[in-house]
Design a protein. Structure first.
Length: 106
């Protein structure tokens, strides 16, 4: 199986995050901070950052937006972030990295 197929969601996530970093760096939103790009193979720092983001996005307050999101939106978001977590865990196993359980990151 090709890398892009095995880690489809993870690859798309990294591409999207890199796009945001490019925009923020060009806009010079915060001149004290450069937004770093992630590249494969991911560093342990990248893996940890992605894990922390997943934990944040799956926290009840964010996932449900304090009750403002519809059940469909909550389900879709939860499905996406859980798939990303599964792929990240597999990536970690395949590449000798470490990822904490997402619930331990809170």
């Amino acid at each position: 199986m090709k890398f892009e197929d095995r880690y489809y969601t993870l690859v798309r996530f990294v591409e999207d995050e890199n796009g945001v970093a490019n925009v923020l760096n060009k806009l010079d939103v915060d001149n004290t901070k450069r937004y770093e790009r992630m590249e494969f193979p991911l560093t342990q720092r990248d893996v940890t950052a992605i894990g922390q983001r997943i934990a944040f996005e799956l926290s009840p307050e964010v996932l449900h937006a304090d009750g403002e999101r519809s059940a469909h939106d909550v389900y879709a978001s939860s499905k996406y972030w859980n798939q990303l977590y599964r792929e990240l865990k597999q990536y970690v196993l395949d590449n000798d990295k470490e990822v904490q359980d997402i619930w331990a990151l809170h």
